[in-house]
Design a protein around this ligand. Sequence first.
Ligand code: SAH
Length: 364
Amino acid sequence: MSRTKAILSSRDFSRGNLIYLLGVEGLERREIFEEASRIKEEEVGNKVYFRGLIEFSNICAKDCYYCGIRRSNGKLKRYYLTHEEVVNAARYAWKEGYGSLVIQSGERSDKWFTDHITALLTDIHKHTQGEMGITLSLGEQTEETLLRWKEAGAHRYLLRIEASSRELYEKLHPGSAAHSYDQRLEALKRIKSCGYQTGTGVMIGLPYQDTSHLADDLLFFRELDIDMAGMGPYIEHAQTPLAGYTGPMLPLKERLGLSLRMVALLRIMMKDVNIAATTAMQAIDPIGREKALKAGANVIMPNLTPVAYREGYLLYEDKPCIDEEAEDCKSCLEGRIHLAGGTIGYGEHGTPKHFLKRTKQEGK
Ligand code: SAH
C-alpha cells in the first residue's frame, strides 16, 4: 500500500502527513482525488449550489498588498451599486431558482455602509418572499453590526483569513492596526459566535508560502470547525505592491493544481462542509471550476454584478466573464456543471450539512 493510501485509511491528518499529501505526484496524487470524490458522493452528493454573487462596491478602507481594489490603487474608478440594482439582481437570482446570494464588497464599517446593508437585506427579503439564503462577505465587523445584519436576514458570512499563519499574514498586509492578524481572527470567531454559517479561506501560491503553510491552513479550518470554505490561487494584479515581488513563485498552472489538491484534502478531512469552486480557478484554466467540482467542491458563484461595474471589481488580472450578462453566465454554467457530472440544487439554500449537524437543525 502507498504511504498516501495508508494515511487516507488511517485518517491521521497530522501536519507532517498533510505536507506529504500536498507534495505527492502520479498515482498517489490520483489516490487523493479518488478518495475526495468518494467522500463527496457519500457525504454531500453531486448537487451543486448556485450563489448569485453581487459585488456591491469596490470602495475599500484596507490596503492589502495583493488586492486590486486596495485603497491606495488610485487608478481605479470607485463605485457602489444603487439600491435598485442590488434588489434587481437579487430578484433575478430568485426567479432563476438560485436559492441564495452572496453580497461582497470592499471593506468598510462606517455607519452609512452598515445601515445601507441592513436596508438592502430587508428589501431583498421583501422582494423575494423571504426565500433567498443570503451570504455576506463584507470584511471585519463589530458584533453589533453582525447581529443587526443577521436580524435583517443574513444567514452566512464569509471572511477569508487569507493566510492562517501570522508570519505569512503579516508579510501580505501593512503593519497598521487596521490590518492586524489578531483582529481578523477575532472577527472570524465573532461571526461564528453570532450564529452565522461560517466560511473562511486562503489564497494559494502566494509569495513566501510553502506547503507547510497550506497544511497549517487545513488544520486551522478543522480547528475552527468552519462550515464553508472558499480557496483559490493567488493571481498578481499589476497595480499592487505584491506584483513587484521578485522571489521564487509557482507558475499559475501549479497554483491551480495546488488549489485543487487543497479542495480535495479539505473534502476528505471535513467531509460535510460546503466548498466553493472559486472564480480565480477559472481565471487560470477555462475549466478550472469544473475541475474543482470534481475535486470535491459543491458551490459555484455565478456573477450577477451588472456588467458595467465589473471592470471596477478586478481583484486580480484576467478575471473571467467580466463582459458576460447574468443570463449567459447561467446557461454557460449549467452546461459546465452537467459536464462535470453534477446536478444543480435549484431553489435550495444549500445549507452546509456541517452547520446543520453542529447546531442540530433541520435545513433547506
Ligand atoms: N472585503 C471582503 C471581501 C474581499 S475580496 C473581505 O475583506 O473579506 C474577496 C477575496 O478575494 C479576498 O478575500 C481575497 O482572498 C481574494 N483576492 C484578493 N486579491 C486577490 C488576488 N490578487 N488573487 C487572488 N485572490 C485575491
